[in-house]
Ligand binder design. Structure first.
Ligand SMILES: C[S@@+](CC[C@H](N)C(=O)[O-])C[C@H]1O[C@@H](n2cnc3c(N)ncnc32)[C@H](O)[C@@H]1O
Length: 408
């Protein structure tokens, strides 16, 4: 392992999931006796089948669904092996067989969790990401250290319930600024009675920050324009205490179907779902108090949780998505009332999709003025109209958020 040269800004990850086994080496006594290598064979097949068209997380989900009789521990080992492989790919000896590379990646995972200081910043900078990233993102060793650690699972907790929930769930720690708890236990949270009672949602802490910046109020009218499966729609509705109206649109019908299932389970009723393809023809003539554009993006802020995407995303994607984001902003902006808010968010960190999109929008729309808001993670900082939230600060994903107010 390389000499110790720890970045002074590095903070170790607050949690490792306790259901992720440390180092599967084929001799773990918890593995079923019938085939101690089953996890490795499955992980190898999943890595082989993963591609840009078939991302690893989807291939993994499909295999875990179809692999009969897989124990919870084996499933966790397979996930850790697949994601570990893509997280440490730049360190692996290309001449090794794939199963040996997966084992080597798991050794690196364990070593990094125990002794992060043995990994030099220079090696992290050279090996963690494809070379194009450095031209498009202000890369730091602190960011790379954050995304090489195993991700934390975050819960968005009903206001005032964090303490009680922490007691019943165990294995949690709090991010009090956001009513968020991280969870490092092994329970299937979707089966917990507290989940069905609406005490919490599973939502990354950086995504929670977006609605915090929106600060929707009871009785207002909002448009969640790229609502997807409704993570932020639910949060906006909670902020509005179910009073007022949210239009939730997306171009993907299957995502809106999931949104409807989630809202029904969460007893969120103050919304209307509508298909919108992102064009100039809007789904409604309503004028909104606030519009959230949580736009499609290259997702560099999710590269800790989704390391396969590091190797399938390209600079062309950055260019194409920046153009889409600019167009979506132009299209939603007429629907905002005088004095209303426009919040733009992307879970990515390239300059082209963040500050440059915001600058292009501002240049084309003098009727909007930048809206300074508090940094959700650093409340002592002066209010700013843009927040670039890095994983090493959030403890979760990365996110860019910009806000404007329409002139009266
Ligand atoms: C970042 S995701 C939204 C996540 C969602 N807001 C949440 O919190 O769960 C971006 C969404 O934009 C949608 N989308 C992509 N291109 C679009 C377009 N041209 N017009 C409208 N929606 C689009 C995708 O289907 C996807 O659901």
């Amino acid at each position: 392992m390389p000499e110790s040269r720890l970045s002074p800004t590095y903070r170790p990850p607050r949690h490792r999931r306790s259901d992720a086994t440390d180092l599967p080496d084929g001799e773990d006594p918890s593995l079923p006796a019938r085939d101690p290598q089953r996890w490795l064979k499955l992980a190898t097949a999943i890595v082989e089948q993963s591609s840009r068209e078939n991302p690893a997380d989807g291939v993994l989900r499909q295999h875990l669904r179809n692999a009969g009789g897989l124990s919870k521990e084996e499933a966790a080992q397979v996930s850790q092996a697949v994601f570990g492989y893509f997280r440490w790919l730049g360190w692996l000896d290309a001449s090794l067989r794939l199963d040996s590379k997966i084992r080597a990646a798991l050794e690196l995972t364990a070593e990094f969790a125990m002794n992060p200081q043995t990994f030099r910043d220079a090696d992290l900078l050279a090996r963690t990401l494809p070379t194009w990233v450095i031209d498009l993102v202000p890369v730091t060793a602190a960011w790379l250290r954050a995304i090489q650690a195993e991700p934390t699972l975050w819960l968005r907790v009903k206001p005032g319930r964090a303490k009680a929930l922490a007691q019943v769930l165990g294995y949690t720690s709090a991010c009090p600024l956001l009513d968020a708890l991280s969870y490092a236990g092994a329970d299937d949270l979707f089966r917990r009675p507290e989940f069905h009672a609406g005490d919490f949602e599973i939502q990354d802490v950086a995504s929670q920050a977006v609605s915090i910046v929106c600060a929707a109020k009871p009785g207002e009218t909002w448009w969640d324009a790229c609502a997807g499966e409704g993570g932020k729609t639910l949060h906006l509705s909670a902020q509005m205490q179910g009073k007022g109206m949210i239009w939730a649109s997306d171009r993907a019908e299957w995502r809106l179907k999931k949104l409807k299932q989630r809202t029904a389970r969460a007893k969120c009723f103050n919304y209307r779902a509508a298909l919108w393809n992102g064009g100039a023809k809007l789904p409604t003539k309503t004028r909104f108090d606030g519009v959230l554009l949580d736009a499609p993006c290259t997702g560099l802020g999710t590269w800790q949780r989704n390391p396969h995407a590091r190797w399938t995303t390209t600079p062309d994607d950055v260019r194409e998505l920046a153009a889409v984001q600019t167009q979506l902003l132009n299209h939603v902006s007429p629907s905002i009332k005088p004095g209303g808010k426009l919040i733009y968010s992307v879970c990515t960190l390239t300059r082209a999709e963040t500050e440059e999109v915001a600058a292009a929008f501002q240049a084309a729309h003098p009727e909007f003025t930048p809206l300074p808001t508090a940094d959700p993670f650093q409340s002592h900082k002066p209010h700013q109209p843009q927040h670039c939230l890095w994983p090493q600060v959030t403890g979760g994903g990365g996110m860019f958020i910009a806000g404007w107010k329409r002139a009266l």
